[in-house]
Design a protein around this ligand. Sequence first.
Ligand code: ASP
Ligand code: MG
Length: 461
Amino acid sequence: MLQRPASHMVVQKFGGTSVADPEAIRRLIEIVRAARTRDGRGPAVVVSAMSGITDALLAMASSAGASQLDEAEARTNQIRERHVAAARELVAAGPALDHLLSEIHEQADELASIIKALAVLREVSPRTLDVVAASGELLSSRLVAAALTSAGVEAQWVDARQAVVTNDEHTRATPLKQETRDKLRANVQPAIDQGRVPVIGGFVGATTAGHTSTLGRGGSDYSGALVGAGLDAAEIQIWTDVDGMLSADPRIIKHPKLVSQLSFEEAAELAYFGAKVLHPSTILPAIERNIPVRILNSWKPTAAGTLITGSVSSARRGLTGLASKRDVTVIDITSTRMLMAYGFLRRVFEVFERYRTAVDMVTTSEVSVSVTVDDIRHLNEIVEALNEFAEVSVERGMSLLCAVGDVLQDEPKIAARVVGVLEEVPLRMISQAASRRNITVVLRQADLPHAMERLHEEFFG
Ligand code: ASP
Ligand code: MG
């Protein structure tokens, strides 16, 4: 049979809710089965820990570190039982189940002995914390691999520590690109070539010295992207429990639309403004190799989801999505004498830097600078410092409303339409940044729902 190029294969990453229990794993099995190429290649599967397990592991490590051994041991047993129960439901009695159960017990026993040691030492180092946290994905990946094989989709468990190589910044390690690529070629590709589905725990890696490491909370998406990039996958699928990305916040807009396609840059802008979308930094390896990423709902496997790609066809005329940020504070800094003098903006921003306060949006006029901030822990000090050389006024209870679309780059009329639609809403600031991919307005929080509704009706209605 003609072998298709490896690039036809996809990588499927399943989040915690998509492996939460035997029912979820049964859905996963059918999704994986449907993704095999006709000549029986792929997919490569990356899984999160079962939902809630990583939180439980971290809580367990801290209670053990505080010498609350009973509580930590109770949690270890719950984790063991949850995996054992799922294994019994998913794998028929026999040698395969016995093997899986002994692996689960081995992993849980190791956890139990680490917990005891932590309670004695009364201290949890980042390196040890990684060993504890990694066990969630090591368990779920073994379970899923065995469940697939038992359901007739021959799978092979791959130890993530033999697949992802990282630096030694434990608890938020950075993968080493070339080393990881080499490991994936050596330890994952052969399974694919032999027609088996490799199953790898996300979030987990090992340092060059061989110590278990993790990529930081939520790191499984990054693992999925790494595996996809390393194996030159045709597509990376992020299976989750939502339909994809929505055109606006469903807590504000009654009937938001599903965004069928957007660019990596648009996703970055929307994520920055708090939209519930995969942040591009979490799938960087995919972006670097220009591999499309698709967000899919494991409850509705035939729905198209949201596709994120390097560029979106210019045939699309409208905006991509709306996002908003609440509880924003506007600070107006006015100085009739000094604004036009050089060095003024530097002095202003030095104050924000001194108090480690990030500025979201900036607009300037002849005599004033307006900025918005999110974090007001040092507001009083900031105002006092600015008062030394400018008049300052502060307005709280504001919101940012941001309209995003690559289309804004080529069609100035769209920006005008955005502002036009909001004509009866008092706008405090308006800005279109250099990327010209978004137009952002600042308005009173009380006006946000109405303004978003108006914009949504105009562009997505
Ligand atoms: N299990 C890890 C976490 O909960 C990684 C992930 O699921 O992405 O953060
Ligand atoms: Mg996640």
